[in-house]
Design a binder for this molecule. Structure first.
Ligand code: ZN
Length: 373
């Protein structure tokens, strides 16, 4: 066991020389300044301020110095370590603030974005109103009848008493399906109305007959605010013994009240359709101004264009020729029918001014109608 070495030369503990300590401090400060983020700073802290760092190891050597040299070396190392600790704290603050700043930018939430990434859709208003219209008829005891959209010309025209030279049969009104050779004369058309379903119902269902047929129709109209080459109609047909115009009128009134509001009057004016005789157009009292043709305050009513009445449908007693075409005895049975455009009803009922809104599939339009059940 050796006695303390009184002649110990402090110069021999090289790591405690002022140059060495300054060098360690400078290396530590440089590493701290170079740290670009908190992870790099953590590595710098471990390397330069941890238990195994040069300054910590140097500190441990102080005890090896003769007592008279310890104070100065201790002060030197202590100062250097404090400077490093201070630099670490300052850098930590700067980098943490930088990280928070980035987080604010990168994790920013735009509260104006739609919150629901998978919003529930809405059914198309044409579908919901078609079902609502059909429901009104079903509530009156009618059955739903459907037919093909690509239809034989006989069902679409001939059986409905359209003469061969009727203008509706011309190319500018009707989409004809090309024949097998690519030319015309296939005898098949895209149905121009839902009336062929009446023929199919009369040919296949037992009498008496009460049916309602909603469906898609096609006409070679140019698309504009009030016309569309594809649109929907709904028709009702009743064939029974002893039906008269009074029954037709009653059915129309019940329908209009259910669809547009209680107490609305209807008006029939003579019209012509090949498949009904007599025929009439159906107007209802404007459901907005109630026939007054002006709004409260004297402003003209835009919905009925100040007419007080809105034309909504065509109707009539089934032409006996149509009954005969379907094998029904016109001396025993009579029938009535009326039909209307579904888009038109939607536009009247909800104040839609452009039919194209019903075709474009913009969910902002459909969503406004919500989920109607
Ligand atoms: Zn009006």
């Amino acid at each position: 066991m050796s006695a303390p070495n009184k002649q110990y030369d402090p110069v021999e503990v090289a790591v405690l020389s002022p140059e060495e300590v300054t060098g360690m401090r400078d290396a530590a400060l440089a590493a701290i300044a170079a740290a670009g983020d908190l992870d790099e700073l953590k590595a710098a802290r471990l390397a330069h301020a941890g238990d195994r760092s040069p300054l910590a190891l140097a500190n441990a050597e102080i005890g090896a110095l003769p007592p008279e040299a310890r104070a100065e070396a201790g002060k030197r190392v202590g100062t250097a370590r404090r400077e490093v600790t201070q630099a670490l704290a300052t850098r930590q603050e700067v980098l943490a603030a930088q990280r928070d700043q980035w987080a604010l930018v990168e994790e920013a939430v735009d509260v104006t974005l739609p919150w629901d990434r998978a919003p529930r859709g809405a059914r198309h208003p044409v579908t919901t109103i078609a079902e609502r219209l059909a429901d009104v008829f079903v509530g009156m005891g009618y059955e739903i009848a459907e037919g093909p959209e690509v239809e034989a010309e006989w069902y679409n025209f001939d059986a409905l008493n359209f003469p061969p030279d009727h203008p509706a049969r011309e190319m500018q009104d009707t989409f004809f399906v090309a024949g097998p050779d690519g030319a015309g004369q296939s005898g098949v058309v895209m149905r121009t109305h839902t009336s062929p379903v009446q023929i199919r119902a009369m040919l296949t269902r037992p009498l008496p007959l009460y049916v309602v047929s909603p469906g898609k129709c096609f006409r070679s109209d140019a698309l504009d605010a009030t016309h569309s080459p594809i649109f929907h109609q709904i028709e009702c047909l009743a064939v029974d013994e002893g039906l008269t115009m009074a029954d037709l009128r009653g059915a129309i009134n019940a329908f209009v009240e259910a669809m547009f509001g209680e107490g609305l009057r209807t008006r029939l004016r003579p019209d012509f359709f090949p498949f009904t005789e007599p025929s009439a157009d159906v107007s209802m009292e404007c459901h907005i101004c109630r026939g007054a043709s002006t709004r409260p305050g004297g402003e003209p009513c835009r919905v009925c264009r100040s007419q007080g009445w809105i034309e909504i449908a065509g109707c009539g007693m089934v032409n006996p020729k149509v009954l005969v075409a379907c094998g029904i005895d016109p001396d025993r049975y009579s029938g009535f029918a009326f039909g209307l455009g579904i888009e038109r009803s939607l536009m009247i009922r909800h104040g839609v001014t452009d039919i194209r809104d019903t075709l474009e599939g913009d969910v902002r339009f459909s969503r406004a109608f919500g989920m109607e059940v």
